[in-house]
Design a protein around this ligand. Structure first.
Ligand SMILES: [Zn+2]
Length: 180
């Protein structure tokens, strides 16, 4: 087993044999895929991995040698970090830094816990809003909340992408980079 101690690497992007992005795995997992010939390294990351047998650049992007059929998850799971990433860490009401999640139609009044009804909000707006709707307060949402979609979201979720992955993901880099 290689001794894997990457300095600042959080993961490696895995591409299908067709170069279609599939997921992000740990550098350790990506290295094992390469060492077992299940994948080839397409882009190197930073640093070198040392094992008893050899030295290997840290993989940043690997491509599977055999095509795997993946059932598509078209629905992106709702998560707290995902909501912050979608909304750019800004309050949906005042555009200040967001630190809470607000249900636009309050849950106490039947509002759903779903992408379309949750927004990032600052503590002040969230507290002021309480169990009222934006309309009742004369507030306007900066943008209608919608479920995120697209290959980058499917593969990355709330992760901050390595710039080396941009070519493979068609990244709206600005939108995703705000997640940093
Ligand atoms: Zn606010």
């Amino acid at each position: 087993m290689p001794d894997i101690r990457p300095a600042r690497v959080s993961g490696a992007l895995v591409l299908n044999a067709t170069y279609e992005p599939l997921c992000v795995v740990s550098v350790r997992r990506a290295t094992i895929l390469v060492l077992t010939s299940k994948a080839v390294c397409v882009a190197d990351g930073d640093g070198i991995l040392h094992s008893a047998m050899n030295e290997l650049p840290v993989p940043s992007v690997v491509r599977l040698t055999r095509y795997v059929r993946v059932p598509y998850r078209t629905h992106i799971g709702l998560s707290r970090r995902g909501i912050f990433a979608r909304d750019g860490w800004r309050c949906a009401y005042c555009r200040g830094p967001a630190e809470t999640i607000d249900h636009v139609m309050p849950r106490s009044r039947g509002g759903r816990h779903a992408w379309e009804n949750v927004v990032a909000a600052c503590a002040r707006c969230n507290h002021t809003k309480g169990d009222k709707t934006p309309a009742e307060l004369g507030w306007r949402l900066h943008a209608s909340p919608i479920a995120p979609k697209g290959v980058a979201w499917r593969v990355l979720g709330h992760r901050t992408p390595d710039p080396r992955w941009a070519d493979w993901l068609d990244l709206p880099i600005d939108g995703v980079a705000q997640a940093a």
